[in-house]
Design a protein around this ligand. Sequence first.
Ligand SMILES: Nc1ncnc2c1ncn2[C@@H]1O[C@H](COP(=O)(O)OP(=O)(O)OP(=O)(O)O)[C@@H](O)[C@H]1O
Length: 261
Amino acid sequence: MTTPIIRINQLDKSFGTLKVLDGLSFDVMPGEKLALIGPSGSGKTTILRILMTLETISGGHIEVCGEQLYHMQKGGTEVPANEAHLHHMRRHIGMVFQHFNLFPHKSVLDNVTLAPMLTKGEPKAKAEARAMELLDMVGLADKAKSMPSQLSGGQKQRVAIARALALQPRIMLFDEVTSALDPELVEEVLLVMKRLAAETDMTMLLVTHEMGFAHEFADRVLFFDKGRIVEQGPPDQIFRNPEHERTQTFLRKIIAAGHRV
Ligand SMILES: Nc1ncnc2c1ncn2[C@@H]1O[C@H](COP(=O)(O)OP(=O)(O)OP(=O)(O)O)[C@@H](O)[C@H]1O
Protein backbone atom coordinates (compact mmCIF):
# COMPACT_ATOMS: atom_id res chain seq x y z
CA MET A 1 0.00 0.00 0.00
CA THR A 2 1.25 3.51 -0.80
CA THR A 3 2.20 5.71 2.17
CA PRO A 4 0.65 9.19 2.41
CA ILE A 5 3.02 12.04 1.53
CA ILE A 6 1.27 14.28 4.10
CA ARG A 7 -0.25 13.04 7.35
CA ILE A 8 -2.11 15.50 9.54
CA ASN A 9 -3.19 14.11 12.88
CA GLN A 10 -5.26 15.93 15.52
CA LEU A 11 -3.91 19.32 14.48
CA ASP A 12 -4.89 22.28 16.67
CA LYS A 13 -4.13 25.90 15.97
CA SER A 14 -5.22 28.92 17.96
CA PHE A 15 -4.42 32.59 17.53
CA GLY A 16 -4.73 33.82 21.11
CA THR A 17 -8.19 32.73 22.23
CA LEU A 18 -9.41 32.12 18.67
CA LYS A 19 -9.38 28.40 17.82
CA VAL A 20 -8.81 28.18 14.07
CA LEU A 21 -8.07 24.46 13.58
CA ASP A 22 -9.74 21.98 15.86
CA GLY A 23 -8.40 18.43 16.02
CA LEU A 24 -7.99 18.29 12.25
CA SER A 25 -6.88 15.00 10.68
CA PHE A 26 -6.40 14.05 7.05
CA ASP A 27 -3.88 12.30 4.80
CA VAL A 28 -2.77 13.21 1.29
CA MET A 29 -1.49 10.54 -1.09
CA PRO A 30 1.49 11.17 -3.41
CA GLY A 31 0.34 12.83 -6.62
CA GLU A 32 -3.09 13.65 -5.27
CA LYS A 33 -4.72 16.94 -6.31
CA LEU A 34 -6.72 18.29 -3.39
CA ALA A 35 -9.05 21.30 -3.26
CA LEU A 36 -9.74 22.91 0.12
CA ILE A 37 -12.98 24.86 0.07
CA GLY A 38 -15.17 26.48 2.69
CA PRO A 39 -16.38 29.79 4.12
CA SER A 40 -14.04 32.67 4.79
CA GLY A 41 -12.21 32.19 8.09
CA SER A 42 -12.64 28.40 8.19
CA GLY A 43 -8.86 27.88 8.45
CA LYS A 44 -7.92 26.85 4.88
CA THR A 45 -5.02 29.28 4.43
CA THR A 46 -3.77 28.50 7.94
CA ILE A 47 -3.40 24.82 6.96
CA LEU A 48 -1.21 25.74 3.97
CA ARG A 49 0.85 28.16 6.05
CA ILE A 50 1.40 25.48 8.70
CA LEU A 51 2.52 23.01 6.01
CA MET A 52 4.95 25.68 4.79
CA THR A 53 6.12 26.13 8.43
CA LEU A 54 5.14 29.79 8.33
CA GLU A 55 3.11 29.31 11.53
CA THR A 56 3.61 27.47 14.77
CA ILE A 57 1.00 24.91 15.83
CA SER A 58 -0.82 24.47 19.14
CA GLY A 59 -1.01 20.68 19.14
CA GLY A 60 -1.04 17.53 17.03
CA HIS A 61 1.34 15.98 14.51
CA ILE A 62 2.18 16.60 10.89
CA GLU A 63 4.33 14.27 8.82
CA VAL A 64 5.62 15.28 5.39
CA CYS A 65 7.53 12.78 3.24
CA GLY A 66 7.79 10.50 6.30
CA GLU A 67 9.30 13.15 8.61
CA GLN A 68 7.75 15.09 11.47
CA LEU A 69 7.35 18.69 10.35
CA TYR A 70 7.17 20.24 13.81
CA HIS A 71 9.04 19.36 16.96
CA MET A 72 7.73 19.92 20.44
CA GLN A 73 9.79 22.42 22.39
CA LYS A 74 10.63 21.50 25.96
CA GLY A 75 7.94 22.76 28.28
CA GLY A 76 6.23 24.81 25.56
CA THR A 77 2.83 24.43 24.02
CA GLU A 78 3.98 25.97 20.73
CA VAL A 79 5.90 23.64 18.46
CA PRO A 80 8.03 25.29 15.75
CA ALA A 81 10.50 23.32 13.68
CA ASN A 82 14.16 24.05 14.28
CA GLU A 83 15.99 26.02 11.59
CA ALA A 84 18.04 23.21 10.03
CA HIS A 85 15.05 20.90 9.85
CA LEU A 86 12.87 23.66 8.47
CA HIS A 87 15.39 24.43 5.73
CA HIS A 88 15.50 20.76 4.81
CA MET A 89 11.73 20.32 4.79
CA ARG A 90 11.00 23.46 2.78
CA ARG A 91 12.77 21.84 -0.15
CA HIS A 92 9.88 19.41 -0.39
CA ILE A 93 7.18 22.07 -0.47
CA GLY A 94 6.61 25.09 -2.73
CA MET A 95 3.89 27.67 -2.20
CA VAL A 96 2.23 30.25 -4.42
CA PHE A 97 0.43 33.06 -2.61
CA GLN A 98 -2.48 35.30 -3.49
CA HIS A 99 -0.10 38.28 -3.75
CA PHE A 100 2.75 37.18 -5.95
CA ASN A 101 5.57 38.47 -3.71
CA LEU A 102 8.08 38.68 -6.55
CA PHE A 103 11.37 40.45 -5.84
CA PRO A 104 10.61 43.84 -7.48
CA HIS A 105 14.22 44.77 -8.26
CA LYS A 106 15.15 41.45 -9.87
CA SER A 107 14.41 40.41 -13.43
CA VAL A 108 11.93 37.62 -14.13
CA LEU A 109 14.83 35.22 -14.77
CA ASP A 110 16.60 36.22 -11.52
CA ASN A 111 13.36 35.76 -9.57
CA VAL A 112 13.29 32.14 -10.73
CA THR A 113 17.00 31.34 -10.33
CA LEU A 114 17.57 32.97 -6.95
CA ALA A 115 16.30 30.19 -4.66
CA PRO A 116 18.10 27.29 -6.40
CA MET A 117 21.36 29.27 -6.44
CA LEU A 118 21.12 30.48 -2.83
CA THR A 119 19.57 27.50 -1.08
CA LYS A 120 20.90 24.62 -3.18
CA GLY A 121 24.12 26.23 -4.40
CA GLU A 122 23.20 25.45 -8.00
CA PRO A 123 25.62 26.90 -10.58
CA LYS A 124 24.17 29.90 -12.44
CA ALA A 125 24.14 28.21 -15.86
CA LYS A 126 22.22 25.21 -14.56
CA ALA A 127 19.73 27.35 -12.62
CA GLU A 128 19.16 29.56 -15.67
CA ALA A 129 18.66 26.61 -18.04
CA ARG A 130 16.00 25.18 -15.74
CA ALA A 131 14.42 28.61 -15.18
CA MET A 132 14.07 29.06 -18.95
CA GLU A 133 12.35 25.67 -19.23
CA LEU A 134 9.92 26.68 -16.48
CA LEU A 135 9.28 30.11 -17.97
CA ASP A 136 8.60 28.39 -21.27
CA MET A 137 6.13 26.08 -19.53
CA VAL A 138 4.21 29.05 -18.08
CA GLY A 139 4.35 30.81 -21.46
CA LEU A 140 6.75 33.58 -20.43
CA ALA A 141 10.12 32.68 -21.94
CA ASP A 142 10.07 35.99 -23.85
CA LYS A 143 9.75 37.95 -20.59
CA ALA A 144 12.90 36.53 -18.94
CA LYS A 145 14.70 39.89 -19.04
CA SER A 146 11.65 41.94 -18.00
CA MET A 147 11.19 43.41 -14.54
CA PRO A 148 8.10 42.43 -12.52
CA SER A 149 6.69 45.99 -12.82
CA GLN A 150 6.45 45.45 -16.59
CA LEU A 151 4.16 42.42 -16.24
CA SER A 152 0.39 42.04 -15.84
CA GLY A 153 -0.97 40.42 -12.68
CA GLY A 154 -1.56 37.14 -14.51
CA GLN A 155 1.99 37.15 -15.83
CA LYS A 156 3.39 37.93 -12.36
CA GLN A 157 1.46 35.02 -10.92
CA ARG A 158 2.80 32.70 -13.63
CA VAL A 159 6.36 33.82 -12.74
CA ALA A 160 5.55 33.08 -9.08
CA ILE A 161 4.50 29.56 -10.10
CA ALA A 162 7.72 29.06 -12.09
CA ARG A 163 9.71 30.35 -9.11
CA ALA A 164 8.06 27.91 -6.71
CA LEU A 165 8.71 25.05 -9.15
CA ALA A 166 12.40 25.93 -9.50
CA LEU A 167 13.25 24.09 -6.28
CA GLN A 168 11.59 20.98 -7.70
CA PRO A 169 9.24 20.44 -4.77
CA ARG A 170 7.25 17.24 -4.40
CA ILE A 171 4.31 19.18 -3.00
CA MET A 172 2.86 22.46 -4.28
CA LEU A 173 0.49 24.64 -2.26
CA PHE A 174 -1.68 27.23 -4.02
CA ASP A 175 -3.40 29.82 -1.85
CA GLU A 176 -6.15 31.65 -3.72
CA VAL A 177 -3.73 32.38 -6.52
CA THR A 178 -6.33 34.08 -8.74
CA SER A 179 -8.11 36.16 -6.07
CA ALA A 180 -6.04 39.28 -6.65
CA LEU A 181 -6.36 39.14 -10.46
CA ASP A 182 -8.68 40.99 -12.81
CA PRO A 183 -11.26 38.50 -14.14
CA GLU A 184 -9.81 38.46 -17.67
CA LEU A 185 -6.41 37.33 -16.29
CA VAL A 186 -7.71 34.45 -14.21
CA GLU A 187 -7.98 31.93 -17.03
CA GLU A 188 -4.31 32.12 -18.09
CA VAL A 189 -3.20 31.23 -14.55
CA LEU A 190 -5.76 28.42 -14.23
CA LEU A 191 -4.58 26.99 -17.55
CA VAL A 192 -1.00 26.76 -16.26
CA MET A 193 -2.22 25.00 -13.14
CA LYS A 194 -4.35 22.59 -15.15
CA ARG A 195 -1.30 21.71 -17.23
CA LEU A 196 0.76 21.15 -14.09
CA ALA A 197 -1.93 18.92 -12.64
CA ALA A 198 -2.24 16.91 -15.85
CA GLU A 199 1.44 16.64 -16.76
CA THR A 200 3.24 16.17 -13.43
CA ASP A 201 2.98 13.72 -10.57
CA MET A 202 3.37 16.49 -8.01
CA THR A 203 1.07 16.51 -5.02
CA MET A 204 -1.00 19.69 -5.18
CA LEU A 205 -3.15 21.38 -2.52
CA LEU A 206 -5.34 24.20 -3.68
CA VAL A 207 -7.25 26.70 -1.55
CA THR A 208 -9.74 28.44 -3.79
CA HIS A 209 -13.00 30.30 -4.05
CA GLU A 210 -13.26 29.27 -7.73
CA MET A 211 -15.55 26.28 -7.32
CA GLY A 212 -15.71 25.57 -11.06
CA PHE A 213 -11.94 25.27 -11.15
CA ALA A 214 -11.81 23.15 -7.98
CA HIS A 215 -14.32 20.83 -9.63
CA GLU A 216 -12.18 20.38 -12.75
CA PHE A 217 -8.81 20.29 -10.98
CA ALA A 218 -9.22 18.13 -7.90
CA ASP A 219 -9.23 14.37 -7.29
CA ARG A 220 -10.73 15.09 -3.88
CA VAL A 221 -12.49 18.08 -2.35
CA LEU A 222 -12.41 18.88 1.37
CA PHE A 223 -15.14 21.16 2.66
CA PHE A 224 -14.10 23.01 5.83
CA ASP A 225 -16.08 24.91 8.37
CA LYS A 226 -14.80 26.28 11.68
CA GLY A 227 -11.47 24.49 11.46
CA ARG A 228 -12.90 21.04 10.82
CA ILE A 229 -13.61 18.92 7.77
CA VAL A 230 -17.38 18.78 7.40
CA GLU A 231 -17.41 16.60 4.31
CA GLN A 232 -14.97 15.28 1.71
CA GLY A 233 -15.09 13.25 -1.47
CA PRO A 234 -14.69 13.30 -5.25
CA PRO A 235 -15.64 16.67 -6.83
CA ASP A 236 -18.82 15.34 -8.46
CA GLN A 237 -20.07 14.12 -5.11
CA ILE A 238 -19.27 17.34 -3.20
CA PHE A 239 -20.46 19.76 -5.87
CA ARG A 240 -23.43 17.83 -7.31
CA ASN A 241 -24.64 15.80 -4.39
CA PRO A 242 -23.33 17.17 -1.06
CA GLU A 243 -24.57 15.28 1.96
CA HIS A 244 -24.08 17.80 4.70
CA GLU A 245 -26.47 20.67 5.19
CA ARG A 246 -23.59 23.15 5.73
CA THR A 247 -22.02 22.17 2.40
CA GLN A 248 -25.38 22.52 0.67
CA THR A 249 -25.93 26.01 2.14
CA PHE A 250 -22.40 27.12 1.20
CA LEU A 251 -22.78 25.96 -2.41
CA ARG A 252 -26.29 27.41 -2.73
CA LYS A 253 -24.93 30.84 -1.78
CA ILE A 254 -22.16 30.55 -4.35
CA ILE A 255 -24.59 29.56 -7.10
CA ALA A 256 -26.98 32.36 -6.07
CA ALA A 257 -24.09 34.83 -6.44
CA GLY A 258 -23.82 33.73 -10.08
CA HIS A 259 -20.71 31.54 -9.87
CA ARG A 260 -20.35 28.13 -11.49
CA VAL A 261 -19.58 25.08 -9.37
N1 LIG B 1 -1.79 35.83 12.25
C1 LIG B 1 -3.05 35.78 12.68
N2 LIG B 1 -3.40 36.34 13.85
C2 LIG B 1 -4.67 36.29 14.31
N3 LIG B 1 -5.69 35.69 13.66
C3 LIG B 1 -5.39 35.12 12.49
C4 LIG B 1 -4.07 35.13 11.94
N4 LIG B 1 -4.10 34.46 10.75
C5 LIG B 1 -5.39 34.07 10.57
N5 LIG B 1 -6.15 34.45 11.61
C6 LIG B 1 -7.59 34.16 11.78
O1 LIG B 1 -7.78 32.76 11.65
C7 LIG B 1 -9.01 32.47 11.01
C8 LIG B 1 -8.75 31.53 9.83
O2 LIG B 1 -8.05 32.25 8.84
P1 LIG B 1 -7.67 31.59 7.44
O3 LIG B 1 -6.99 32.66 6.64
O4 LIG B 1 -6.96 30.32 7.64
O5 LIG B 1 -9.11 31.29 6.84
P2 LIG B 1 -9.53 30.93 5.37
O6 LIG B 1 -10.48 29.80 5.47
O7 LIG B 1 -8.33 30.74 4.50
O8 LIG B 1 -10.32 32.25 4.95
P3 LIG B 1 -10.38 33.02 3.53
O9 LIG B 1 -11.17 32.11 2.64
O10 LIG B 1 -11.12 34.29 3.85
O11 LIG B 1 -8.97 33.26 3.10
C9 LIG B 1 -9.63 33.80 10.63
O12 LIG B 1 -10.57 34.14 11.62
C10 LIG B 1 -8.46 34.76 10.68
O13 LIG B 1 -8.88 36.06 10.99
